[in-house]
Design a protein around this ligand. Sequence first.
Ligand SMILES: CC(C)(COP(=O)(O)OP(=O)(O)OC[C@H]1O[C@@H](n2cnc3c(N)ncnc32)[C@H](O)[C@@H]1OP(=O)(O)O)[C@@H](O)C(=O)NCCC(=O)NCCS
Length: 148
Amino acid sequence: MATIRPFDSADAPAVAALIERCLREVNSRDYPSEVIERMCDHFTEQRITELAIQRQMVVAEDDGIVGTVSRDGNKVYTMFVHPRVARRGIGRLLMRHVEELATIDGYDHMETGASITGHDFYRRLGYIDVRSTETEFGLNYILRRSLP
Ligand SMILES: CC(C)(COP(=O)(O)OP(=O)(O)OC[C@H]1O[C@@H](n2cnc3c(N)ncnc32)[C@H](O)[C@@H]1OP(=O)(O)O)[C@@H](O)C(=O)NCCC(=O)NCCS
């Protein structure tokens, strides 16, 4: 079973590689190649290191890093699980972890921006559509879930 722990700066290469793998293997089914390339160019090791300073980033570890998510208050970002271990509950585990952190901070709801690829995953976790937006990375859904 994967364990969740805080991101460490030494994780940046593994997290960047994980994100690139997801983008090329999974998100590429829903987005044109130029969007995938733009996203791959965006999530460099350096960008991951910078984002981990601005946000609270965690990783799921199970014989290496197999997932990651980050949050800024009650906003969720960079949710990725390695395709090799998809559909085994790691995404849910990561989301519940950042939701608990947000609850402790006093937030009454969580908000996420979902790609087309991640949309049904979030709905399965109880998130409800608020609106959709067009971003530099294509169509994005904004969803929310009430926190206990
Ligand atoms: C979306 C993603 C994070 C899901 O991670 P995961 O570890 O496979 O998800 P889980 O196994 O925890 O699944 C939780 C629930 O969502 C469902 N689910 C997961 N992916 C789904 C999908 N693509 N479509 C529909 N349901 C999905 C699972 O069946 C499970 O439901 P259940 O509890 O009823 O069995 C992962 O597939 C991924 O990284 N995708 C590529 C990157 C991406 O799109 N990230 C989201 C950015 S917005």
